[in-house]
Design a protein around this ligand. Structure first.
Ligand SMILES: [Cu+2]
Length: 243
């Protein structure tokens, strides 16, 4: 009896220590400027994809997803520096991207190096998963067809890369972009532009926000953030790219 109480107390103490010793970095990405109009995807150029949209609106490009308050979605936010000497947790869980309606979903995702990525095909037609790393990244290019109803393909990447591009060679409008870093402290902004990087150990960091269209070479906007027991805050303003 006494022993089980001791274990219970120890577990409670341990969980409070965990809560106190790490905080979340929260913030919002706001877009400055007026983005160019999105373009309709040429989905109907493939009769099999076109059939999926019979009587429905054709999706557009997803370059700038902005809400009524300027909140910018699909921005990859991560700790760029400040983690030296801190223990880095191993990757947890599997990240999944899907091919559905002849589009990759999500369009932008985050992944820790060494973490499993599954790529699914939920469409009733064949796609082709072409991983196109930059030449200098060290990640491996691969290219393989995936049939309708096929098993998900599993990938693991060893090198940080923002962004690692996935494309479909059958449907040249299909892309997905992965932000790969060698730690779990990253997030992708949601539809209202907000993000949360969870369980960050206390410390001083440089946090970077990278938007795929505005920062095609992967260098985004940075700011210093101090994370204390209550976490930290980092709001970013991103300007529409001239290109
Ligand atoms: Cu495809």
């Amino acid at each position: 009896m006494n022993k089980s109480i001791t274990i219970f107390v120890a577990a409670v103490a341990l969980s409070s220590v965990t809560t106190i010793s790490a905080g979340d970095i929260i913030g919002k990405i706001t877009l400055k400027g007026t983005p160019p109009a999105e373009k309709n995807l040429p989905i109907a150029s493939d009769p099999f994809c076109g059939k999926l949209y019979a009587g429905k609106p054709i999706p557009t490009t997803r370059f700038y997803l902005v809400d009524a308050h300027g909140g910018l979605a699909d921005t990859f936010v991560y700790i760029k520096s400040g983690l030296d000497g801190k223990p880095i947790p191993a990757p947890v869980g599997t990240v999944e991207i899907d091919q559905i309606g002849c589009e990759y979903l999500p369009y932008v995702f985050g992944l820790q190096t060494g973490q499993k990525l599954h790529v699914k095909n939920s469409d009733p037609l064949m796609h082709n998963i072409h991983v196109t790393p930059s030449a200098s990244s060290g990640n491996k290019e691969s290219n393989k067809a995936q049939m309708a109803g096929g098993k998900p393909y599993e990938y693991v990447f060893d090198s940080p890369e923002v962004f690692l591009r996935f494309k479909c060679d059958v449907h040249p409008w299909m892309f997905s972009y992965g932000g790969l870093v060698n730690h779990p402290y990253f997030a992708v902004s949601s539809v209202d532009g907000t993000f949360k990087i969870s369980n960050v150990p206390p410390g001083d960091y440089v946090v970077e926000a990278v938007h795929r269209k505005t920062h095609p070479r992967g260098t985004g906007v940075t700011q210093k953030v101090t994370v204390g027991p209550a976490g930290g805050k980092a709001d970013f303003s991103i300007e529409v790219s001239g290109s």
